[in-house]
Design a protein around this ligand. Structure first.
Ligand code: AMP
Length: 282
């Protein structure tokens, strides 16, 4: 496994990789969710590139950029064990050199949900992913369903900018009690960790109602909100029952729906989602 930092090193190493080449973008502090993305890339590609970059431009001024967990040595040993070919660990100066002034912005699909509570977040994501695509030139790029809106935004960007890249999506990897794996789970103390299952409980309560015939999106949103209100350590920032493609809020569920939410457990902001009317992984 080769590890590179600069663009020149990356380009040099990229030349030697047999295709098809798969790219797995990450912010590091890798867990089994990330590793599932790598395994998916290994299955369909001859070479796998993983990037590790905590992208400052996708964090808001009051968000957790400085506190974001990092453990590069552990990340590298996980990736080595999976026989990854190339790891790119750019610095902020490599990604955003002095006098940097170019941004990639996607339209409507970035506006609701995460976009409405994290202004500028998706501009940072699409800019950095587009730079990763340009630098690595992968045939396949793998993302997690954990960040459902990110998948929709990147898919839109890939189509709109005509990137010749296949976007693969891996289902959410969860702990045994349903909590979606996330680097941010490390912020939770013991009581908060127990309370954090409320996101999964809310999604499953909503799914149960849907499977019993409930089709009012407002009722489904209420069921999720009430489950979260019942958990004293949690407070919902938003709950959503939205159209799978446009991500706009539904009135009636006629053709599936994306349930999603952002919930504070203490100071930690957690997100989760569940697709109604299509198979989920679990
Ligand atoms: P991050 O390091 O948080 O930026 O995540 C890198 C990639 O891993 C993104 O495509 C995420 O959606 C994906 N990911 C993170 N957590 C999970 C999970 N629990 N299951 C599946 N994919 C995940």
């Amino acid at each position: 496994m080769k590890t590179v930092e600069t663009l020149n090193e990356l380009w040099q190493a990229r030349k030697d990789l047999p295709g098809p080449v798969g790219l797995v973008p990450t912010m590091g502090f890798l867990h089994d969710g990330h590793l599932m993305l790598v395994k998916e890339a290994k299955q369909s590609c001859a070479s796998v590139v993983v990037s590790i970059f905590v992208n400052p431009t996708q964090f808001g001024p009051s968000e957790d950029l400085d506190a974001y967990p990092r453990d590069l040595q552990r990340d590298l040993s996980h990736l080595e064990a999976l026989d990854v070919d190339l790891v790119w660990i750019p610095t902020s100066e490599v990604m955003y050199p002095a006098n940097y002034q170019t941004w990639v912005e996607v339209g409507d699909v970035t506006k609701p949900l995460e976009g409405s509570y994290r202004p500028g977040h998706f501009r940072g994501v699409t800019t950095v992913v587009s730079k990763l695509f340009n630098a690595v030139q992968p045939d396949v790029a793998v993302f997690g369903q954990k960040d459902a809106q990110q998948v929709a935004v990147i898919s839109q960007m890939t189509r709109d900018l005509s990137y010749p890249i296949e976007i693969k999506v891996v289902p959410i990897v969860r702990e045994g009690d349903g909590l979606a794996l996330s680097s941010r789970n490390t912020y939770l103390n013991q009581d908060q960790r127990k309370a954090a299952t409320v996101l999964y409980r809310a999604l499953r309560a909503a799914e149960k109602a849907y499977l019993s015939g409930e089709r009012s999106a407002e009722t489904i949103r209420q069921i999720m909100s009430e489950t979260i209100t019942d958990e004293p350590l949690a407070s919902a920032q938003y709950v959503s029952c939205a159209d799978l493609l446009t991500l706009t809020e539904l009135e009636t569920i006629t053709n599936g729906a994306l349930l999603s939410m952002a919930v504070y457990v203490g100071k930690t902001r957690l997100i989760d989602n569940w697709i109604l009317g299509k198979p989920n992984a679990d």
